[in-house]
Design a protein around this ligand. Structure first.
Ligand code: GTR
Length: 371
């Protein structure tokens, strides 16, 4: 059943039942929505936390000229197709009293973006700026979980964990889901580190990394805050009526990002039983922040904003007003509502200091606040 904007009604189950309580949302509609996204969009991971998962940590005190303790954690795992390793890099502010909140960044740019020695310090991941505000800065490179190429799902965690009788199923996990899986393994580590507050972790990604942050945050309720920067198509933006990159365009250019079934929705957005506001709703009542850039019309800023508005009924079920009565804001005028935030930045598709500063303002204002 669709609502007055032609979108699937987030608060009506496939059986037609209206969802009127948190209990009905949690026990019936939210699981149903996650299952629809697994089946039709991102695919189904064959494994959660592998029994073989181990962490090996190298600690370097006094890094960043004494500002932080650096930790490099090798997360190793094994499956029927072999072994894998993803390195998690952490900068933890020195001299903190008690466990600190964390910004976990899903890095989809070159490995130097997360240079552990800080000879390269990109605005894309401004670790110095993050620790200066009292947060631990954590990051991993998506390529270590699954290379960003269309290789028939032979390499990365697909090659390690996939075992299918006959053909690869149309709902098998694809690359965005593999990266989201890696974010949850990073969370598995964060939970073990007494220097960190695993109850106050933000997962952050830009563009394809933003799509990943949303899927990881929707599935894994351990993330207290989910930040999507310019995630666009099959990220924060609604697929119905989308300008710029459509389902067909994204499937044609990046066939490995989403599952086989998603291809059947090329040019058929209205046939999808979900739309992206439902992904944001699956994060409720946790905190969510979406950011767009004026010149990033390929992502469609107005549509990214509309997703938050359309997810708000679920936040209201929990007693939070979402963005309230806000209309699409002017550039550099962040909107901070109840459990939701949004900003539009001038300029092009990128992740900048401006964006990070707003994410941290949002975290300071409640999402990752210390009590
Ligand atoms: C683009 C793609 C977008 C976005 C972007 C990025 O080429 O069309 O969906 O993910 O790449 O990751 O920077």
């Amino acid at each position: 059943m669709t609502n007055e904007r032609g979108l699937p009604d987030v608060l009506r189950g496939l059986n037609g039942n209206a969802i009127e309580t948190v209990e009905a949302w949690r026990s019936a509609r939210r699981p149903e929505i996650l299952e629809l996204f697994r089946t039709h969009v991102y695919g189904r991971a064959p494994v959660g936390r592998p029994a073989s998962l181990t962490f090996e940590t190298v600690v370097t005190p006094g890094a960043m000229n004494g500002a932080v303790v650096r930790k490099q954690v090798d997360m190793r795992f094994e499956g029927p197709g072999g072994t894998g390793k993803i390195r998690l890099l952490l900068f933890i502010p020195s001299g903190q009293k008690g466990p600190v909140p964390v910004f976990l960044f899903i890095n989809n740019r070159e490995a130097l973006t997360t240079d552990p020695d800080r000879r390269a310090a990109a605005a894309f991941w401004p670790a110095e700026r993050i620790v200066a505000r009292g947060y631990a800065a954590a990051a991993f490179d998506v390529e270590e979980a699954d290379p960003d190429v269309d290789d028939g799902f032979k390499d990365g965690v697909h090659g390690i964990f996939d075992r299918y009788d006959g053909e690869r199923p149309q709902d098998a996990w694809a690359t965005i889901a593999a990266w989201a899986w890696a974010a949850s393994r990073a969370m598995d580590y964060l939970e073990t580190d007494a220097d960190l507050d695993a109850g106050r972790v933000a997962v952050v990604g830009h563009s394809r990394g933003g799509k990943t942050a949303l899927w990881a945050g929707a599935l894994d309720e351990r993330f207290a805050l989910v930040v999507s920067n310019e995630s666009g198509s099959t990220g924060a933006a609604l697929s119905r009526g989308k300008r710029g990159e459509t389902i067909q365009a994204i499937n044609d250019q990046f066939p490995h990002w989403f599952n086989g079934n998603y291809k059947s929705f090329n040019g058929r957005e209205d046939a999808l039983p979900v739309d992206q506001h439902m992904l944001i709703a699956a994060i409720a009542p946790r905190y969510v922040y979406v950011a767009s850039a004026v010149q990033d019309q390929w992502a469609d800023p107005a549509s990214e904003f509309a997703s938050l508005v359309e997810a708000a009924p679920v936040y209201r079920l929990y007693g939070y007003n979402g963005l309230g009565e806000s209309s699409f804001p002017a550039p550099e005028s962040p909107l901070i509502g109840e459990r939701m935030g949004y900003h539009l930045r001038s300029g092009v598709h990128d992740l900048t200091d401006y964006d990070w500063d707003r994410f941290m303002d949002f975290a300071d204002a409640g999402a990752l606040k210390r009590f």
